[in-house]
Design a protein around this ligand. Structure first.
Ligand code: NDP
Length: 334
């Protein structure tokens, strides 16, 4: 399958170009950018034969089967709708759009057109997260009482642009990282939060958008979730803990783009390291996407999963903005 990259982005150059090319028979034949100069240099740097500022140039190429959208967040919706209208399959970065309703429109359009639409929530593809999910599903920690996710990192210097100062491009740590925590918790527990309370702040980097947030979620099972995300923490590390009636899971360094980190299970029998396969997260995402195109069932994040993670993140922001407990409404994900 031939791919068009929509967005001359860091994430594509760091991970997705290699991941797409790792899949047998896949080629990247276009890059679409808002700048002709950047498009040309990006294409040259990455050996992509065609560079353009016109989305329709790439979409009118009948040999392009799929697009990978990793532009700034406000562009995802119009670009996805155009790609869907051209009959292309769509792999879209999180957050899918600027609002859950916009994300629902994208997913609905893909369904109506009969093309595949998936969300690049890469953490579902992590061996560590798969191992944690299996421990919970197998009852190794009993009934889940609580989850703590800590995803407070230091935003690298080369990404300190629109994320920190441009709400119109979808900046802020909540659309950037809370969506990942939301998808992770949904993936691990298999349930969606009922309500959230939250606080957010600009603690050093954010200008007009939040750079830190903390929230507490209530799950239908009664489990409680604590989620912490930030752009300003150089040494906090990332991870998650799942505590149950029969045991606890401690995962360190696992909220990341690399197949790294440790998972430990602690029960009355003692503590033991949990092994997992350290496979590339993004190559797994691409293999799953190709399986969807071939008609196989979804194993990773669908479009609906992308809508739900956005609903949860926006509910966290709303709870923090109002200072009120926010009850979630999943109507856009129906
Ligand atoms: P970048 O800031 O690198 O890229 C976003 C856009 O900014 C690009 O499409 C490009 O616009 C423009 N741009 C890039 N570099 C420059 C530059 N040097 N000068 C001027 N403009 C530039 O963002 P990311 O790659 O970090 O994120 C892109 C999307 O991917 C976002 O939606 C983000 O949320 C998501 N993301 C998802 C991740 C995941 O693992 N699921 C991880 C990281 C990001 P143009 O295309 O017009 O050239």
């Amino acid at each position: 399958m031939n791919w068009a990259l929509i967005g001359a982005s860091t994430i594509a150059s760091q991970y997705m170009i290699g991941a797409i090319r790792s899949y047998p028979g896949s080629k990247i034949t276009w890059v679409v950018s808002g700048s002709a100069t950047r498009a040309a240099s990006y294409a040259k740097d990455h050996g992509i034969p065609n560079a353009t500022t016109s989305l329709s140039d790439a979409l009118s190429d009948a040999d392009v089967g799929a697009v990978y959208i990793s532009s700034t967040n406000e562009q995802h919706k119009p670009q996805a709708l155009a790609a869907i209208a051209a009959g292309k399959h769509v792999l879209c970065k999180k957050p899918l759009a600027m609002t859950p309703a916009d994300a629902a429109e994208m997913v609905g359009a893909a369904k109506a057109a009969g093309v595949v639409f998936a969300t690049n929530h890469h953490l579902r593809a992590s061996g560590s997260h798969g191992a944690i999910r299996a421990l919970i599903a197998d009852g190794k920690i009993g009934r889940v009482l609580s989850v703590r996710v800590f995803h407070a990192v230091e935003l690298p210097a080369h990404l300190r642009g629109w994320r920190l100062d441009n709400p119109d491009a979808g900046g802020g740590v909540i659309p950037d990282i809370t969506v990942h925590n939301a998808d992770t918790v949904r993936f691990l527990l298999g349930e969606d939060p009922v309500s959230v309370t939250a606080e957010m702040a600009a603690t050093g980097l954010g200008q007009g958008v939040e750079d830190s947030a903390m929230s507490v979620w209530t799950m239908p099972s009664g489990a409680m979730v604590f989620s912490h995300e930030s752009f300003t923490h150089p040494f906090a590390g990332s991870g998650l803990e799942v505590h149950g009636t029969e045991g606890s899971i401690f995962a360190r360094g696992v909220m990341t783009q690399e197949p790294v980190g440790t998972v430990e299970l602690v029960t009355a029998a003692g503590a033991s390291a949990v092994p997992y396969a350290p496979t590339s997260l993004y190559e797994t995402v691409i293999a799953n996407f190709n399986a969807l195109v071939q008609g196989q069932p979804a194993a990773l994040a669908t479009g609906t999963d992308g809508i739900k993670s956005l609903i949860i993140a926006f509910s966290v922001r709303e709870a923090a903005r109002t200072g009120q407990r926010h009850v979630l409404n999943y109507a856009d994900a129906q």
